[in-house]
Design a protein around this ligand. Structure first.
Ligand SMILES: Cc1ncc(COP(=O)(O)O)c(C=O)c1O
Length: 401
């Protein structure tokens, strides 16, 4: 049957994530892949979760295997509120909506706030899943350049002043950004909030990587400076424990939570209650601190291995950042080199990255950029992969100096 005349305008606007397509391509055993930003499965807290799951099913099964409230399993909402409060975010369980991954939080925020044609401020480059979600609501993008220190509040102020109609939503990943690995310095967080206040913008702060912090110092969320409910904060269980459990949370003013809950009701009724009840016990049991310590130790070592290998093997004309946390190093080749065409050469050399163009709003931008994730491979493979990639770039520069 031919469905092409039957699809809605919405369905016709949707685009597949080129990153997911690319990940399939690079899943060959002999390719060292820096493409996927997926956590290392060997680091999942498997034993603790197995014990917790069987206990929860035995002891709480009548509720945990039942439909749950759309807004979330109350013990988990309480645990998340405690967890965020300990990070300086002023909240109770009434500020928390549990979502099916933080991706759903992005989607529900879009569904709740964006009308067709609305201007949405996004970082450039930005998280592809966020851009694709907003495109579903026919958002128009106003892009804020995202450098090694994130976006510049003064620049955002000027940008909004000259944008008409005025945007009402600003989407940012201020901590260990995906894909740029950038972090907005603390003093600029307050400034950004001030700019948002001036222009009456809602800030959607997406923070799935914030806990993977390799500085040893706390980096406060923008939400922790928010006194008037201007920030919708998104957190996730995916990078700190398990992405397969599909758990995320929204922390926002209760009136926004109520609207987003209505939106969620039509999407999936409720998030997997069994996952929620296991996660609540995981938090309650105090397992997260030790587990995060293990994750940080391992990922920090991999970040360091990637950076020192890049220092050693990449041509000096390639610029790259030194991320303070998270999963990603972002690199810029000299302007005349094209990371899209070099991708094939990289695959031939058995190493993969994500082309930076995937994270831009318009075609043809970011052609000389790429993202390298250091989360999936061990340090030895990282060094070998960077060496291979360095060889590809050296050769490209020899051909076109
Ligand atoms: C910036 C950002 N936001 C949201 C997500 C979605 O994560 P999840 O739905 O697994 O919580 C990701 C996943 O990689 C991400 O990088």
């Amino acid at each position: 049957m031919d469905y092409s005349n039957l699809f809605s305008a919405n369905a016709n606007r949707m685009k597949p994530s080129i990153i997911r397509a690319l990940l399939k391509l690079v899943q060959q055993a002999d390719i060292i892949s820096f493409a996927g930003g997926t956590p290392d499965a060997d680091l999942f807290p498997q034993e603790i979760l197995a014990d917790t799951a069987s206990r929860v099913i035995r002891e709480q099964g009548k509720l945990a295997l039942q439909y749950g409230e759309t807004v979330g399993w109350k013990p988990l909402r309480e645990q998340v509120a405690l967890y965020l409060s300990a990070q300086g975010i002023n909240c109770t369980y009434e500020n928390i909506l549990i979502t099916t991954g933080s991706q759903q939080g992005v989607y529900l925020a879009g569904l709740t706030l964006i009308n067709p044609g609305d201007q949405v401020l996004v970082e450039e480059p930005s998280y592809l899943g966020g851009l694709l979600a907003f495109q579903n609501f026919q958002a128009k993008f106003v892009t804020m350049p995202c450098g090694e220190q994130g976006i510049d509040p003064a620049q955002v102020d000027q940008l909004v002043s000259r944008t008409s109609p005025k945007p009402k939503l600003l989407y940012t990943i201020p901590t260990f950004q995906n894909p740029a690995g950038s972090t907005l310095p603390e003093e600029k967080r307050d400034q950004l909030l001030e700019v948002a206040r001036k222009h009456d913008l809602i800030i959607l702060e997406d923070n799935p990587y914030g806990e993977l912090n390799y500085t040893g110092k706390t980096i406060k969320a923008i939400k922790s400076f928010d006194t008037e409910g201007r920030v919708i904060y998104l957190g996730s269980f995916s990078k700190i424990a398990s992405p397969g459990m599909r758990l995320g949370w929204v922390c926002a003013d209760p009136s926004l939570i109520a609207r987003m809950t209505m939106a969620k009701e039509t999407a999936d009724v409720c998030t997997d209650v069994l996952s929620q009840s296991i996660a609540a016990e995981f938090f309650k049991g105090g397992h997260l601190k030790d587990h995060l310590g293990r994750l940080i130790g391992t990922y920090q070592g991999r970040r360091d291995a990637m950076l020192s290998a890049i220092d050693q093997y990449f041509p000096k004309s390639i610029r790259y950042n030194r991320p303070l946390g998270g999963f990603f190093v972002w690199a810029e080749l000299p302007e005349h080199l094209n990371a899209v065409t070099l991708f094939e050469k990289a695959i031939a050399a058995k190493v993969a990255y994500v082309v930076g163009t995937a994270f831009y709003t318009k075609e043809g931008q970011g052609l000389n950029t790429l993202r390298m994730a250091f989360c999936t491979s061990n340090e030895e493979k990282i060094r070998e992969g960077v060496k291979r990639l360095g060889g590809v770039f050296q050769e490209a520069l020899r051909e076109r100096p």
